[in-house]
Design a protein around this ligand. Sequence first.
Ligand code: 5GP
Ligand code: MG
Ligand code: MG
Length: 214
Amino acid sequence: YSLSYFNLPLHYRNDLKSVLIPYGFVQDRIEALASRIFDDLHIGMPEQLICMCVLKGGYRFFSDLVSKIQNENRLRSDRSLPMSLEFIRTRSYINDQSSGSLEIIGLGDLNKIKNKNVLIIEDIIDSGITMVTLKEELEKFHPKTIRVASLITKRRKDKKCVFKPDYCGFEVPDHFVVGYALDYNEYFRDLEHICILKESGVTKYKVTPSNQVK
Ligand code: 5GP
Ligand code: MG
Ligand code: MG
């Protein structure tokens, strides 16, 4: 969509090419996902589903998905889905490329997922390597099941993706996207809509070895 349809923050307006998925559309889609997840996973009641947020990019999707599942719980009197909330952090991207090494923070106290059903809630799957690695790491704690909900997967040109999530919000073309907590070098998380960057934005916020902070 053309930027002219939206109220975009002044500080990002000149760095975006287009709005790919408007915030309202994201909300509608998450509502549908929440209802599907509720129907699929309520069965183990009163056992808690462990909803695992993959920080930082996944935090808005996590927050909206969990509150929409809470809504289902509020509206239904025949069944319910109790949840507990966990947080983990992964980091691999510098600029718009994977750095090749994945850092996972927060695996320390995950013995509590043993014999439990886990739903990993992630922002975006590109090559799929992050998710394959994270799932392998979590398997070491012997959960009963691991399912994955990703807001976005990419339709990659000529390259294949090694991971398919159980729940996916949107499949998008092979562009680097930002907004709704997805970042480019820690910028653009504070943008409502999911957008495509303009070349000027890519350059402006690029990290070079000299300005890199870890
Ligand atoms: P993968 O390991 O599947 O190639 O990459 C997954 C991770 O890379 C995501 O969790 C996300 O942090 C980052 N990533 C991949 N594609 C994009 C993108 O288009 N935009 C943003 N902001 N992050 C991305
Ligand atoms: Mg992520
Ligand atoms: Mg990132």
